[in-house]
Design a protein around this ligand. Structure first.
Ligand code: NAD
Length: 311
């Protein structure tokens, strides 16, 4: 049912995800507006198409991995988009792995389920959207160890599971449409707040005379232990192989973190839920971007927000 896979958005994440599909022996057809990256695939003999619609025409399932909601809407509902000629769609399944807000994802799902398939197949004879954002970053995308958090029809999720497992290590079904998107922005807001908490504590600790290395040992065997202290330490030199130890290059950019916090704040506002920590983290990351650190890894908050040093 899902033999022919279309993939749109061959950036930092999508590029590696497609390679993992290819390595798993899956037939793919790709599109990106960036012709350089398209060439990398056509040079390897991979099918490339000029528009999302052309990809859809030759696919049972199309996966999208795009920067933000406006790009996603453009690729699905824009001219020559995936849903162009919505009464004669070829793919029965669409999987959006971009990090976007749950509301847009739910609206898009309703639009897709109102389209008609060329041939009746898949779940219930109507086309289906799954929101399936990922965690694990560029390294996880390359290594094929991503975690997929998936919202939408459970039957479609089960059909797509082997595809997720060709690109990742874990898949978690989160419930109806938009729940994958909701899970992703909640994960990232918790990650932002814990990174700020750890950075603040290291900064205070250093000022009070205790080194970050000692404090890290204490945190990691005490109740403050978290991913930001034991796997992604923000203090240069404390851990090898993390962005903090290579001038905060690579990793997950402050710009993407600011984007995800904006999504979390907007979602909270829409339902009038107070999220003060999220708002504070949003202000800090927007500030870092304004100061020119938008392409540095988000753990650079330790250097730029707390120690105030500009190297
Ligand atoms: P990216 O900017 O590197 O890649 C996006 C790709 O989409 C680019 O190649 C771009 O040319 C292409 N694109 C944009 N508009 C297009 C259009 N209209 N038609 C066709 N192609 C188009 O972004 P990324 O880092 O790969 O992230 C993709 C998504 O994954 C984002 O939503 C991001 O928040 C999320 N994400 C990223 C990471 C990470 O560490 N980079 C981790 C988890 C989730």
């Amino acid at each position: 049912l899902l033999e022919r896979v279309g993939f749109i958005g061959l950036g930092n994440m999508g590029f590696h995800m497609v390679n993992n599909l290819i390595n798993a022996g899956i037939k793919v057809c790709v599109h990106d507006i960036n012709s350089n990256v398209m060439e990398k695939f056509s040079d390897k003999g991979v099918c490339t198409k000029e528009t999302p619609f052309e990809v859809a025409e030759t696919s049972d399932v199309v996966i999208t991995m795009l920067p933000s909601a406006s790009h996603v809407l453009d690729v699905y509902t824009g001219q020559n988009g995936l849903l162009h000629r919505g009464n004669l769609l070829t793919p029965w399944l669409f999987i959006d792995s971009s990090t976007i807000d749950p509301q847009t994802s739910r609206r898009l799902s309703a639009t897709i389920s109102n389209c008609v398939l060329k041939e009746k197949k898949g779940c219930g004879g109507s086309p289906v959207l799954l929101d399936a954002p990922v965690s694990g970053g560029v390294l996880g995308a390359e290594a094929g160890t991503l975690t997929f958090m998936v919202g939408g029809l459970q039957e479609a999720y089960l059909a797509a599971e082997p595809l997720f497992l060709s690109m990742g290590k874990h898949t978690i079904y989160c419930g109806g449409n938009g729940n994958g998107a909701a899970a992703k922005i909640c994960n990232n807001l918790a990650m932002a707040v814990s990174m700020l908490g750890v950075s603040e504590a290291f900064s205070l600790g250093q000022s009070l005379g205790i080194t970050a290395s000692t404090l890290t040992k204490i945190f990691n065997s005490s109740s403050a232990r978290c991913w930001s202290s034991d796997s992604y330490n923000p203090v240069p030199g404390v851990m090898q192989g993390v962005p903090a130890s290579r001038n905060y290059d690579g990793g997950f950019s402050s710009k993407l973190m600011a984007k995800d916090l904006n999504l979390a704040v907007a979602s909270a506002e829409e339902i009038s839920l107070k999220c003060p920590m999220t708002s504070e983290a949003q202000a800090i990351y927007m500030g870092l971007c304004k100061e020119g650190h938008e392409s540095k890894d988000f753990s650079c908050v330790f250097r730029h927000h707390y120690s105030g040093k500009d190297e």
